[in-house]
Write a protein that binds this ligand. Structure first.
Ligand code: ARG
Length: 485
């Protein structure tokens, strides 16, 4: 045992507070990360001549054994870092204590968290890309499928299923961009900062960063061990993503209720008492996941607020907020992707609902406005006809004509052909006419789809390249290790 362990193990063993101090079980999440960090550090120490090659080989061999025995076989310790070090010292003898030369658990844990979080962020991104892909595939398929569009949950204007689904894909593209942006700053190595104040040993921080697949280092040693803003921004990005997903889930729950969409049985649940029930439970759970993410974000903000430099043990309680959020959100996004990919859109019910509530009223007003009537006056004319008509239905031509006489002082035909008015009252014509950029007309949707598909392809290659870079670093680290063992 190293002197440090004797001190930690005996005088500061924790007493009644032992369990409270320990993060060992939560640290299972970073068990593999810690082994990688230990290996990279030991390889660097050997390369720099800080530890001799033979000792490095023995330590690296012991780490292999620790790995194959698994986290559950670790000796007791305050955390995974201490426990692995104890296991190495037990295997190698006091020389094993050289592993902790020129580092502290402070830079070690920060490196482990970033190392593991990279993988988790990539999983969250992959789930997001799959959901985007499902939305784009269904949007393409339903580019001409009429649908009611709502504001305030009231019938507003006809649109298409394609345009509606694409609106969520666009939001998810921004969510993915935020995650990728966070990934860039997570992917920097604090290792070599030691406790917060650097080390007299001639460490090569770039080398350990490189061995661990990081893009660079967190330069200032005090910043390197103190900073957890990478957790904050990752969880903030996850919370934004979960908020988008909660909207998708909510809309699909409402649309299932109205018979517009039917979830595949795999994404629905039934009732223990009401035999006829098919409930959209998976989407309700996905909707609720925003709560998990937001809880993680506020847990982090509250824990980190007002912490002094450099390392404070509060940080140990910050990390699990990030794991909980990334797990919950990734699962929710995964399930939302499956639900979207397998749902059936009921074109008949959607088409019926698309014309409910005089949803073409704006189109009739637009038509008058494009034939010389000031838009506000056109709005007033159509509103007068709507007031005289049955709720939930478009007015008859005669009612519009009477309103024109009243408000404009002329019959409708003084402004526009009857045929054009009849067309404007038709939901499909109404959609086809709204071909402004970003609009729901099938041509406009086709352009948006092309842009979205290109962006998705780019994001897919970015994420795949990040995965490959991590795998390549892992391979390279293993082959370095093999040289010593
Ligand atoms: N278990 C600690 C954590 O998760 C590791 C660092 C402990 N460092 C210390 N100086 N007590 O943050």
């Amino acid at each position: 045992m190293s002197e440090e362990d004797v001190v930690r193990g005996e005088r500061f063993a924790g007493g009644p507070a032992r369990g409270f101090l320990s993060s060992l079980s939560a640290d299972e999440r970073i068990f593999a990360a810690d082994l990688a960090v230990d290996r990279a550090h030991v390889v660097m120490l050997a390369e720099q001549g800080i530890v001799d090659e033979e000792t490095a080989g023995e330590i690296l061999a012991a780490l292999d054994t620790v790995e194959s025995d698994g986290h559950d076989a670790l000796p007791d310790g305050e955390d995974v870092h201490a426990a692995i070090e104890t296991a190495v010292v037990e295997a190698v003898g006091p020389e094993g204590g050289r592993m902790h030369t020129a580092r502290s658990r402070n830079d070690e844990v920060a490196t482990c968290i970033r190392y593991r979080l990279r993988e988790d962020l990539l999983s969250a991104l992959e789930a997001t890309l799959a959901l985007r892909e499902a939305l784009l595939a269904r949007a393409d398929e339903h580019a001409e499928t009429l649908a009611p569009g709502y504001t305030h949950l009231q019938p507003a204007q006809p649109t298409t299923v394609g345009h509606f689904l694409l609106s969520y894909e666009r939001a998810l593209a921004r969510d993915a961009a935020r995650l990728l942006d966070a990934y860039g700053r997570v992917n920097e190595s604090p290792l070599g900062a030691a406790a917060f104040a650097g080390t007299p040993f001639d460490v090569d921080r770039e080398r350990t960063a490189d061995l661990l697949g990081f893009d660079g280092t967190v330069d200032n040693a005090t910043d390197a061990v103190s900073a957890r803003d990478f957790l904050l921004e990752s969880v903030a990005a996850l919370a934004a993503l979960a908020t988008t997903v909660s909207g998708i889930a909510e809309d699909l729950v409402v649309y299932s209720n109205r018979g517009f969409v039917e979830l595949d049985d795999d994404y629905a649940s039934t009732s223990s008492i009401m035999p006829q029930k098919k409930n959209p439970d998976t989407l309700e759970l996905a909707r609720a996941t925003a709560g998990d993410a937001h809880a993680g974000l506020s847990g982090l903000l509250t824990t980190l607020k007002g912490l002094p430099r450099a390392y404070n043990r509060d940080l140990q309680r910050a990390t699990p907020h990030a794991w909980d959020a990334v797990d919950a959100v990734t699962d929710a996004v995964d399930v939302a992707g499956g639900a979207v990919a397998t749902a059936t859109w009921n074109e008949g019910a959607l088409a019926d609902a698309a014309s409910e509530g005089f949803s073409t009223a704006t189109g009739v007003a637009d038509l008058l406005a494009s034939h010389g009537v000031p838009f506000r006056t056109a709005h007033e004319t159509v509103a007068a006809a709507a007031a005289e008509s049955e709720a939930d239905a478009a007015p008859e031509y005669a009612a519009l004509d009477a309103a024109a006489e009243d408000v404009l002082g002329d019959p409708l035909e003084a402004y526009v052909d009857r045929e054009a008015v009849e067309a404007a009252l038709d939901p499909a014509e109404s959609v086809a006419g709204r071909d402004s950029p970003g609009g729901p007309a099938p041509d406009a949707v086709a352009e948006q789809l092309a842009t979205a598909e290109a962006e998705l392809t780019d994001d897919e290659s970015t994420v795949a390249a990040a995965r490959d870079a991590l795998a390549a670093a892992d391979d390279a680290l293993h082959s370095e290790v093999t040289d010593y063992v």
